[in-house]
Design a protein around this ligand. Structure first.
Ligand code: ADP
Ligand code: MG
Length: 313
């Protein structure tokens, strides 16, 4: 293709909300054989909502939610945001609406109702940990509980399995060596996700899903969207490994992601595509930025490259 054709294609991309960082990236996209999608925030809306909150000991529901929200208050994770919103609604539900409005408007006041938190830390791919009133609070997945020696009783495990089988992520809450509750969080698929997956297959491109979430939820989501090849319970560093695995036989691989934990994979991919609404670090690591938060742009990008570099016969 001539420099003019590349310039035209870059312009066409831009006017369709696809920013292309250079002619090399534009050229590589035509040969993509695999598109690896991150799950949370990429295939899904990333606007998680709490569907259930179950306490397994005698702690009052309000106190339980306040405890979990306090532990998550410094986390940037979409799951944390969902929990905070749910807990905040529960807490302010019986207050006059003027109070709720005023409180919800001022971020600084919002945290006023939460417990004081000590020694907060984020454990990537697992959850968060802190101390509240001298007691250790853990919010996250099975791995997090196992690492801290918290046993998951059978009735809790059964409850979580049932959530996961219906595409919901079960978040476990450990308090002072005991598993005290579970919060179920649903994150709906983007409305165009299934169509885009089908479209890629029609183009001869194989879609793959990679996620840090558990296998059961991941498989349920993959089934919904129509992706056969799933890699779940992948730690942040492991996502780049998955990309390299698909590249091994010389295949050209695209990665689509939105999070900090996707940036090594976006950099490792032949074609990194970041969701424009995602993290700055992901956007920096990518070759393409999808400004409209719509996955149809993935198809458009490959199509544009194919058309621009198609040999004139
Ligand atoms: P993804 O690859 O889907 O974006 P992450 O690597 O961010 O997922 O997280 C993997 C899993 O770790 C989540 O599904 C969740 O179970 C747990 N987790 C991570 N961060 C948090 C958090 N702030 N609160 C609760 N659980 C979390
Ligand atoms: Mg994500």
């Amino acid at each position: 293709a001539t420099p003019t054709a590349v310039m035209v294609a870059t312009g066409v991309g831009a006017s369709n909300g696809v920013l292309i960082k250079g002619g090399d990236a534009l050229e590589r996209a035509q040969k993509v054989m695999y598109v690896i999608f991150d799950k949370t925030g990429t295939l899904t809306e990333g606007k998680a909502t709490v569907t259930t909150a179950k306490v397994f000991n005698e702690m009052p529901r309000g106190d339980f939610l306040k405890l979990v929200a306090s532990a998550e208050t410094s986390s940037e994770h979409p799951l944390a945001k969902a929990i905070l919103e749910y807990a905040r609604h529960f807490h302010f539900l019986d207050k006059p609406s003027a109070v709720v409005d005023a409180t919800c408007r001022k971020e600084s006041v919002i945290s006023g109702w939460l417990y004081d938190v000590d020694d907060f830390s984020v454990l990537p791919g697992r959850g968060v940990q802190c101390f509240i009133h001298g007691k250790k609070v853990l919010v996250g997945n099975r791995k997090l509980m196992a690492e801290s020696g918290i046993v998951i009783p059978d009735n809790v495990e059964n409850f979580v399995v049932a959530l996961e089988e219906s595409a919901i992520t079960g978040i476990l809450v450990g308090y002072n060596t005991e598993l005290i509750g579970v919060i179920g969080v649903a994150d709906p698929l983007k409305r165009e996700a299934a169509v885009v997956v089908k479209g890629l297959e029609k183009m001869g491109v194989t879609p793959v899903m990679v996620t840090g979430d558990n296998w059961r939820t991941a498989k349920a989501v993959a089934k919904e969207v129509g992706i056969q090849d799933v890699r779940a319970e992948v730690m942040p560093a492991g996502k780049a490994e998955v990309v390299r695995l698909f590249q091994k036989d010389g295949s050209i691989v695209a990665m689509v992601g939105d999070g900090i934990n996707d940036s090594p994979a976006l950099a490792a991919a032949d074609v990194g595509m970041a969701i424009g609404a995602g993290t700055d670090i992901a956007i920096e690591a990518a070759d393409y930025v999808l400004m409209r938060n719509n996955l149809e742009a993935v198809i458009m990008a490959i199509d544009l490259s194919r058309k621009t570099f198609a040999r004139i016969r």
